[in-house]
Design a protein. Structure first.
Length: 119
């Protein structure tokens, strides 16, 4: 029924139900085709199942958010306060001395304080 050959990276549509999917991998040795549908579900078709489908090549969907659940902020870090210059300086070490936290610069040599008083 189907005369199309599966190609990795190509979108296909099932004519009778409009389902679209993407071919991830074609494994000729095991005669299987790995696909991912628009919603992100991954499935496997054997070559016989592929031939039985009524398929047509399809363009990638305009709305590419299907597999990502419509999350608008994926890859968008515009709301982050971090800048490249924030990462230019070495990390400032905080040392625990007793129960207190103290800032310590690399040039400082803080005197360790014991948690227990000297006898």
């Amino acid at each position: 029924m189907n005369t199309l050959q599966p190609h990795e990276g190509q979108w296909y549509a099932v004519r009778n139900n409009g389902q679209i999917f993407f071919v991830i991998n074609v494994d000729s040795e095991h005669e299987v085709i790995d696909i991912q549908d628009f919603d992100g579900a991954i499935d496997e078709l054997d070559f016989e199942e592929w031939e039985e489908l009524d398929l047509e090549a399809a363009a990638a969907p305009d709305d590419d958010e299907g597999a990502y659940g419509g999350n608008d902020d994926i890859g968008d870090d515009s709301d982050q306060d971090s800048r490249r210059s924030d990462w230019a300086e070495p990390l400032r070490v905080r040392r625990i001395n007793g129960d207190d936290w103290q800032d310590s610069d690399a040039d400082d040599n803080p005197t360790p304080r014991s948690r227990y008083p000297r006898q």
